[in-house]
Design a protein around this ligand. Sequence first.
Ligand SMILES: NC(=O)c1ccc[n+]([C@@H]2O[C@H](COP(=O)([O-])OP(=O)(O)OC[C@H]3O[C@@H](n4cnc5c(N)ncnc54)[C@H](OP(=O)(O)O)[C@@H]3O)[C@@H](O)[C@H]2O)c1
Length: 165
Amino acid sequence: MSTRIIAIAIVAANGVLGDGERQPFEFAEDWARYKKVTSGHPMIMGRRTLDAIGRWLPGRTTIVVTSKPDDVELPTDGKATGFAVSSVEAAVDLARSLDDDEVYVAGGGSIYAQAWPFLTDLDLTEVHAEAEGSVHFPEMAAAEWVEVRREPHQEFDFVGYQRVE
Ligand SMILES: NC(=O)c1ccc[n+]([C@@H]2O[C@H](COP(=O)([O-])OP(=O)(O)OC[C@H]3O[C@@H](n4cnc5c(N)ncnc54)[C@H](OP(=O)(O)O)[C@@H]3O)[C@@H](O)[C@H]2O)c1
């Protein structure tokens, strides 16, 4: 079976992901689910998103994409594993070599856009409110994705999409 490559994101009703440094929404329930879903799997993220999170997330392997991989300080505490690579393609290849089940693409905007052709699934937290910010989730063509799961909550829905074969 081929590896599922899943974009995971929390997205405002107008598609906004963040302002370039921070993301507009944080919900404890969403963060807890994010941890549960991604734990044990490799995550691919851009250098700006790693900076925004501010630490290497424990229990996962993070592959950071940057034009200067030699400048990245990799984790040394034994709780998290990290790699730095210089392209999204290299990140996807490395992630696939580490996990033949599930790989997560964790943003930000530039990484979702470049990873788009590789994605098999979207795991979105769709917030019911709009937000301000310059970083957007890519446009989803209706013919390209089918909704396979929706779990409504008061302020957001957890929604799963799969790429139409
Ligand atoms: N709502 C969400 O779920 C969510 C998730 C993640 C992030 N975010 C938000 O998204 C924003 C960050 O997104 P962003 O698009 O500005 O940045 P990003 O995608 O996180 O990172 C951009 C950086 O990645 C590196 N990069 C990207 N493409 C590359 C390539 N082809 N080759 C080499 N390096 C490459 C570059 O790093 P260097 O500059 O080091 O070369 C670039 O500056 C923040 O506001 C963050 O909070 C939101």
